[in-house]
Write a protein that binds this ligand. Structure first.
Ligand SMILES: [Zn+2]
Length: 447
């Protein structure tokens, strides 16, 4: 790759540089003047483009592609109560179609690695976890699915109806099986599994504790929703007599192997504990805005050394949100709250790349463009008729709407070229998502 502006996230930016890829790794990069020329290699002329690390999405619910646009003016709890019953009708076919659309959409916004948090497994509806993994494999994205779960239904003081929860023992067995079947800890891994009970208001303390034990036994990461809304904080104070972070701390859930989704309502002490323990969080500004949840204290967290990545969150709480768009949304939210110095364009890019890689425990392999790291990168066209008026390409990428995606490489393999998916039929993923929506609405109406 030649003649490209490189924003490597770690190390200095290079205005006109080259990146040489060997196998699935970055072999070297530098200014064009020092390019070795490497005869016999495939050359990509990237004049007019900006190269960044591939974006890393650290919170999602792919199945929600099938329930977008519903409960439009609801709070989180109202929205969940409206949708749980619909989700109870989903099957593997819905999940596959929704995941294809969701992941295709992410790839087209520069995302090379995505996590997913799937926590509803209606009985007799096929293998939902396998369905989303198949979608990611077909597309060729690096995938970190988290086996989610809920065991605290309404009759036990939880928020979800009993019909969508599972028994603790079956959850632990299914989660262990998911890890044993799919988790690949290798450097080049395309798939790693995390353990992810859903939230304090839908999961028992026993499940939280046992899930943490299971994840640590298996050497995989832990994920859940935390401190998303003031309603959740109230629920925790009422039911457990403590605030969400205190509760999770008590259950052994702070540590370098944990990342929480949202973390909006944190105290100064909570932020200090996140920093001290290496606990990460996935900031999902569009979803927080859509549900009126609040604005996370991201710039304060960064200043105090707590790791933050970005997440698009499920498409039902942030319709058609893109990874590139979340950089802009994060920047605007922080500046709206704290002023124009709260978050720079380059800090927003770092959240979306290295911050995300750290959340997933993959900072040695992903998140920056450096020799030896995996060749996951996005090539943005910044010489178009509108972006060309902005001299700083990182500013054009983060401050403005998403520029065209010239190329997306995952482990050196082209997944997107000139704004079109190359690993699967470009239009097929969107069609599969629309069909998944229609199918789920039919199934839900028939229940
Ligand atoms: Zn979520």
């Amino acid at each position: 790759m030649e003649n490209v502006h490189i924003a490597p996230v770690i190390g200095p930016e290079i205005e006109s540089g080259y990146i040489r890829i060997e196998g699935d790794r970055i072999a070297e990069l530098g200014p064009m003047a020092q390019s070795p020329g490497a005869p016999g290699t495939t050359r990509i002329d990237a004049t007019g483009c900006l190269a960044t690390p591939g974006l890393v999405n650290t919170h999602h619910h792919l199945y929600q592609w099938a329930t977008q646009g519903l409960a439009q003016d609801a709070t989180l709890f109202e929205w969940l109560v409206a949708l749980y019953e619909v989700w109870a009708a989903m099957d593997a076919e819905v999940v596959k179609g929704a995941a294809s659309a969701g992941l295709g959409h992410l790839a087209l916004s520069g995302c090379t690695t995505s996590s997913d948090h799937h926590y509803i497994f209606p009985k007799g509806r096929g293998d939902l976890f396998a369905a989303e993994i198949e979608a990611a494999r077909e597309l060729g994205l690096r995938f970190h699915p988290a086996r989610g779960s809920m065991d605290r239904g309404r009759s036990a003081g939880g928020l979800p109806p009993d019909v969508v929860v599972e028994e603790l023992d079956e959850i632990l067995a299914a989660t262990a099986e998911a890890v044993d079947t799919y988790h690949d800890p290798s450097f080049s891994s395309m798939l790693r599994v995390a353990v992810a009970p859903c939230s304090p208001f839908s999961v028992s303390a026993d499940l939280m504790t046992e899930a943490a034990r299971l994840a640590r036994d298996k050497g995989v990461r832990l994920h859940t929703h935390l401190a998303e809304t003031l309603d959740e904080q109230e629920h925790c104070l009422e039911q457990f007599g403590m605030r969400p972070v205190d509760y999770m701390d008590k259950l052994g859930w702070l540590g370098q192997d944990v990342w929480f989704a949202h973390a909006v309502h944190l105290s100064d002490g909570d932020i200090a504990r996140f920093a001290a323990t290496g606990t990460g969080s996935a900031h999902c500004p569009s979803s927080n805005g859509r549900l009126g949840a609040g604005i996370a204290r991201v710039s304060e967290m960064l200043r105090r050394g707590a790791n933050v990545g970005l997440g698009v969150d499920g498409s039902a709480s942030s319709e058609l949100t893109t990874m590139a768009g979340e950089m802009r949304q994060a920047l605007l939210f922080q500046r709206a709250r704290y002023g124009p110095k709260a978050l720079s364009a380059r800090q927003a890019l770092e959240l979306a790349t290295l911050g995300g890689a750290r959340n997933l425990g993959r900072q040695d392999e992903l998140g920056s463009l450096e020799p030896g790291k995996l060749a996951d990168l996005a090539l943005w066209r910044v010489d178009g008729p509108f972006t060309a008026a902005v001299d700083d390409p990182v500013c054009a990428l983060v401050f403005g709407p998403q520029p065209p995606l010239a190329r997306l490489l995952v482990g050196g393999r082209t997944v997107v070229e000139d704004g079109e998916l190359r690993t699967v039929a470009h239009d097929a993923t969107g069609r599969a998502g629309a069909e998944a929506h229609r199918r789920l609405m039919r199934l839900a109406a028939d229940r």
